[in-house]
Design a protein around this ligand. Structure first.
Ligand SMILES: C[S@@+](CC[C@H](N)C(=O)[O-])C[C@H]1O[C@@H](n2cnc3c(N)ncnc32)[C@H](O)[C@@H]1O
Length: 277
């Protein structure tokens, strides 16, 4: 089978299960299997795959047609220009989260913030990237031991100085921070079944389920955050597109000031922050 044949096969096999860009992702997979860059794939459609390359390609097709995310199959996800290790123990870091990262980088740099805490680290991509882009001391926790194992893989990969540890939200946290960030699980429990297969059947439920109204974690974090913020400090969240008003009300109730809501690339509310003054 040549590259052209492989692309045709992927198109016909994956049309139903792969949600977007079948050809684009198949070229990425072929480039990974053949250990060549994408331009080689685009310019050499008549290249014949060896037997072992073909075998790996069929394994990919079989996994991908079940809806398994490409990032889990390749064990890699790009975040803020870096390739992180991922597998089914963690949420695949999302493009939108890069905006939250940029927002936090900006705050840390402009206001010389030194101590940052992330609640719900997942793959560690956010905290590791923040650590590589700023001089802040970063601590990041997750309730999932499995996710923390992935954090450790990425910590080693990037020689990161972030400290990762197990904690149920603030239960294991000591000290005070200039900024607390979280992208908590925020999908309403009843909506999880309506998500695309890649998400609902493969990503950890623990990373998705935000309780009956999706606000469970915002409520808990906002109610306790002040004890863990310095006299002046920020609480920053990633939010679902329809949660800004509710989360803003929770922040106001706890007396957070200077509330900012920012939109993502498609104009949807995505980041909210409040300041403890
Ligand atoms: C939406 S994911 C975000 C992961 C990562 N920060 C990212 O943006 O890719 C939420 C994370 O919160 C973690 N989590 C869920 N409940 C938690 C709790 N009670 N305490 C700490 N972390 C929790 C999950 O294991 C998951 O890794």
């Amino acid at each position: 089978m040549d590259i052209k044949g492989a692309l045709y096969l992927a198109k016909t096999t994956l049309l139903k299960s792969a949600s977007d860009g079948v050809l684009r992702e198949t070229r990425i997979v072929l480039s990974d299997i053949l250990k060549k860059d994408l331009s080689f794939i685009l310019l050499n459609y008549d290249y014949e795959l060896t037997q072992s390359e073909e075998k790996i390609f069929f394994e990919f097709l079989n996994r991908r047609k079940t809806g398994e995310p490409l990032q889990y199959i390749l064990n890699e996800a790009y975040f803020y220009g870096r390739e992180f290790y991922v597998d089914s123990r963690v949420l695949v870091p999302r493009k939108e989260t890069e905006l939250s990262l940029e927002y936090v980088i900006d705050k840390v740099k402009k206001e010389n913030l030194t101590d940052v805490l992330e609640l719900g680290a997942g793959s560690g991509a956010f905290s590791i990237s923040l650590g590589l882009e700023t001089d802040a001391n970063i601590r990041a926790c997750d309730i999932s031991k499995a996710a923390l194992e992935v954090c450790k893989i990425n910590q080693k990969k990037f020689s990161s100085k972030c400290k990762f540890f197990e904690s149920d939200l603030f239960s294991g946290i000591k000290g005070k921070f200039d900024l607390i960030y979280s992208n908590p699980p925020y999908i309403k429990s009843k909506d999880i079944e309506n998500l695309q297969i890649e998400v609902k059947d493969f990503e950890p439920r623990l990373a998705l389920d935000g309780g009956s109204d999706g606000l469970h974690f915002y409520r808990k974090i906002i109610a306790n955050a002040k004890k863990y913020l310095k006299d002046v400090g920020y609480l920053v969240f990633e939010i679902g597109f329809d949660q800004a008003r509710d989360v803003e009300n929770l922040l106001l109730k706890e007396d957070f000031k200077n509330i900012e809501v920012l939109q993502d690339y498609s104009g949807k509310d995505r980041i909210i922050s409040g300041k403890r003054i």
